[in-house]
Design a protein around this ligand. Structure first.
Ligand code: ADP
Ligand code: MG
Length: 324
């Protein structure tokens, strides 16, 4: 049989970086994949970025009306997934948090000072995921208030990983690892014929060191943390994860939240939601919904406590005994 060749495709996308490793014995298929991966990523970015004023998402945000707004099937799909996670997390994940994201300086607008209490109070009525209605049959989105504004940054990378995976599946490529800025989707095995080995980073180290290596095959892993993307104002640190209930950046001891699920779309959104919920409520949600969740919680010693849901522990144990 022909020797399988493996390649690494990487580059900038969605304001960040992607890496795809894949293996197949047909070099022509690999070439096709190589070309299509950036095309898919760039088209999703062009559709869903709040940084691009002419993206479909930005045009929906500019549509200051309660009249239905026609969108592409991908937008319907991601809005439905976002809704599912909002419902399952009691609104901890909420794409309508966009005005708050911008007010705290994590959006396209540059900000020098944090918003005042009055500004936050004025923006809060615009936040609430139930103010968006998705009509699948008509392929439209509708706002309940004309000034609702959505931010898909907490879910779009995972969605993009799933779209790349679907394309590779369609080509018949059965061994791959997709990494979009730390959101992973895997299939099959790595070049050693083993499950893909994905590192969960140790927070608070300038160099990237692994806290835990998770073997993955045919599943996704997403991590959200308060340690990479944050702003410092007057020596105080503000996380880019915003609690939709208060309109303020989260403040608790959870440094990072990782989750293993089948699709990367759900993993990405749940990871963000877990960060908002914090260590106790996050773990309770994981146990209740049988989610494979791994949390790193800051402790009094300046170190991290590892917290695993039952499902995560089962998965690690199963992987450890099944790979040999
Ligand atoms: P990362 O980009 O580090 O993977 P996340 O997936 O958690 O992090 O996404 C964080 C981004 O999601 C924020 O920068 C913001 O744009 C958006 N966001 C912040 N809070 C929420 C929230 N409660 N629900 C949905 N999206 C959020
Ligand atoms: Mg996310």
């Amino acid at each position: 049989p022909a020797k399988a060749s493996s390649v690494i495709v990487e580059g900038p996308t969605m304001g960040t970086h992607f890496t795809v490793k894949l293996r197949h014995d047909d070099v022509k298929l690999i070439d096709t994949a190589n070309k299509r991966i950036p095309e898919i990523l760039n088209s999703i970015d062009a559709m869903m970025s709040t940084y691009k004023p002419d993206s479909e998402l930005s045009r929906f945000n500019q549509h200051q009306s309660t009249a239905p707004f026609k969108v592409s099937p991908e937008m319907i799909e991601i809005f439905q997934a976002a809704r599912e996670v909002s419902d399952a997390t009691n609104g901890a994940f909420d794409i309508t948090v966009g005005p708050m994201v911008n007010a705290w300086g994590f959006g396209p607008e540059k900000k020098t000072a944090p918003p005042t209490d009055a500004e936050i109070a004025a923006l809060l009525p615009r936040v609430g995921y139930k103010m968006i209605a998705v009509d699948t049959a008509a392929s439209t989105l509708r706002k309940e208030r004309p000034d609702v504004y959505c931010d898909l940054s907490g879910i779009a990378q995972g969605f993009a990983a799933d779209k790349v995976a679907a394309m590779l599946d369609g080509l018949g490529i059965a061994n791959y690892m997709i990494d979009i800025s730390g959101e992973f989707r895997t299939r099959g095995t790595n070049d050693s014929g083993q499950p893909w080995q994905i590192a969960i980073e140790r927070p608070d180290t300038p160099e990237r060191t692994a806290q835990l290596v998770v073997p993955l095959s045919n599943v996704s892993l997403a991590t959200s943390g308060d340690y990479r993307n944050y702003r410092e104002i007057d020596g105080k640190r503000f996380s880019h994860e915003i609690d939709p209930a208060t309109g303020r950046p989260i403040q608790h001891k959870l440094a990072s939240a990782s989750i293993v699920t089948e699709t990367c779309t759900l993993a990405d959104a749940y990871a963000t939601a877990l960060m908002v919920l914090g260590p106790e409520k996050g773990l309770a949600l994981a146990e209740q919904n049988h989610l494979a969740v791994y949390l790193l919680v800051r402790n009094a010693q300046g170190d991290f406590d590892e917290v695993q849901s039952t499902k995560f522990t089962e998965r690690m144990t199963w992987q450890a005994t099944s790979t040999h």
